[in-house]
Ligand binder design. Structure first.
Ligand code: MCA
Ligand code: AMP
Length: 466
């Protein structure tokens, strides 16, 4: 079934089906508003959308998809360095002008007016066409654009609908950012494909989740941990059907607290920007702390040792998780070198995550192979990108960035800096202005020297031991 065929055929005029904060559209209104955007985009192959948590973003993204363009969401707080990179690297020909769009150095703007309507029927693009280019951090350098086809997005959402028994009767609630797989693919395109209603609460504050009356809730572990810390908000979720956690490991104490307060054992699932969601617990299956479930329909996984040899599914042998199947991306835009590094000779994608598999097929993510990818609040942050941003400050001579444990965020970005007359606050602010604010170090430790080995390479493990 084509990616947006349910929306394209929609006749449901009931108000409030797709709501972001305090504004909403019916299914038919969304189809007609998005078709008006698509009319303006005809012929464009790549369109950038400033991805604020707003109804404009929903209409802009859907309009781009109806037009058959590849949509490039731009994080709304991306500093100039990151924004310019995304716009230039993606080759976006147009930028949808939602309120707050900055106009300097951007492709031509197309105004986005939610009041417009069109009944144009846009022809369905080839399923192999690109739906989204999502920028994601690697261990070094600027973020890379992961090219995701319409077919891959549809395969992932159909797999999740099956796994979670997600139906048009559901009301999905979340407050996730709309420039990543979690909030945008699962959290916006999911309801549109399944036919369920959506309520995006703007920011993921516990009281907003509590007041939303949903059946299906999405959150990253930081959000679930904050909800568990507010028992009244957590108890308000008792009427829900399914609480889903992903993007980072859900700590066992949070799992247990949520289960006690809400009466629901949270359901964990695992994914990556490059692979979409590949492994998930099932609504009708067991939900155990630390277990991210079983491969979605059409997805295959295997665990390999450091020499590429097979490891048994005995719940103990740890190795790199590798995946293949219909949800995988088509590659990194303009980066064949990076592509080659992530594929095995026999065509499997190397996730870089370390996993075990139980005899019954249940997967457990036990860590990451590389320490230079940090997960903070569910955001993936490359140490190298933050180091480059710090080194652009004239008072910074050397910088090494690591992830350190944080009770709320899972990991926090911690920077070790050798500098001349700089302060911690000044450097945190400097990074927040140049990159997305969530990439800023939460702590900067000013040191006299960085520990290096005989080759001159920074020994990051020694930093975190001090
Ligand atoms: C703070 N802010 C600043 C500064 N300090 N702005 C400028 N300069 C500064 N020095 C601002 C921020 O812009 C933000 O503004 C506000 O302060 C707080 O930001 P932050 O620190 O990020 O908030 P937080 O409360 O600590 O965030 C926790 C969070 C967030 C809500 C859990 O981390 C989050 O939304 N995480 C979700 C990540 C996610 O969706 N990941 C999915 C990728 P403002 O309030 O205006 O924003 S993973 C994925 O897609 C895969 C496939 C998967 O498996 O799901
Ligand atoms: P991103 O590309 O931002 O989606 O980040 C993907 C990474 O998030 C994966 O490679 C994992 O390291 C991590 N991740 C996602 N879901 C989970 C989960 N349920 N448990 C543990 N780690 C996860």
């Amino acid at each position: 079934m084509p990616l947006l065929s349910r929306l394209a055929e929609a006749t449901d005029e009931r108000p409030g089906a797709i709501r972001v904060q305090d504004r909403s559209l019916s299914w038919v209104e969304l189809r007609r508003a998005a078709a008006a955007v698509a009319d303006d985009l005809r012929g464009a192959t790549r369109v950038a959308v400033p991805a604020t948590a707003s109804l404009e973003t929903v209409v802009g993204v859907v309009g781009g998809l109806l037009a058959g363009a590849a949509v490039v969401p731009v994080p709304p707080d991306a500093g100039p360095m990151e924004r310019d990179h995304i716009l230039r690297d993606s080759g976006a020909e147009l930028l949808l002008a939602v309120p707050g769009t900055r106009e300097a150095d951007s492709p031509p703007l197309v105004p986005l007016n939610l009041a417009r309507r069109s009944d144009t029927r846009h022809p369905e693009p080839d399923p192999a066409a690109t739906a989204l280019i999502l920028y994601t951090s690697g261990t070094t350098g600027a973020p890379k654009g992961a090219v995701l086809s319409r077919r891959a997005v549809a395969a992932c959402l159909d797999g999740l609908a099956d796994s979670w028994a997600w139906t048009p009767d559901d009301l999905l609630v979340h407050g996730l950012p709309l420039f990543h797989v979690h909030g945008l693919v699962l959290g916006v395109l999911g309801p549109l494909r399944v036919g369920s209603r959506l309520r995006h609460v703007g920011r993921p504050h516990p009281e907003r989740y509590a007041g939303a009356g949903g059946s299906l809730y999405f959150g990253v572990p930081t959000i679930w941990s904050r909800i568990a810390a507010q028992p009244a908000a957590a108890r308000a979720l008792r009427g829900a059907r399914l609480l889903v956690s992903g993007s980072a490991a859900l700590p066992e104490p949070v799992f247990t607290a949520l289960a006690g307060l809400t009466g629901h054992r949270p359901l964990e699932r695992y994914g990556m920007t490059e692979t979409l969601v590949t492994v998930s617990a099932r609504a009708d299956g067991p939900r155990r702390p630390g277990i991210v479930g079983v491969p979605l329909p059409g997805v295959h996984t295997r665990v390999r040792d450091e020499h590429g040899g097979p490891l048994p599914a005995d719940g103990a042998a740890m190795g790199e998780l590798q995946v293949r199947g219909g949800t995988l991306f088509d590659g990194y835009l303009n980066r064949p070198d990076a592509d080659a590094a992530t594929r095995t000779a026999d065509g499997w994608f190397r996730t870089g995550d370390v996993a075990t598999v139980d005899p019954d097929g249940a997967h457990r993510i036990v860590g990451r192979a590389a320490t230079d990818l940090i997960k903070s609040g569910g955001y993936r942050i490359g140490a190298g990108e933050v180091e480059d941003a710090l080194l652009a400050h004239p008072g910074v001579r050397e910088a090494a960035v690591v992830g350190t444990p944080h009770p709320d965020l899972g990991q926090q970005v911690t920077a070790y800096v050798v500098g001349d007359g700089v302060t911690e606050a000044e450097l945190i602010d400097f990074v927040a202005r140049h990159l997305s604010a969530h990439k800023r170090p939460r702590q900067v430790r000013l040191v006299g020297a960085l520990p290096r080995n005989a080759m001159g390479k920074v020994q990051k493990t020694l930093l975190t031991e001090t």
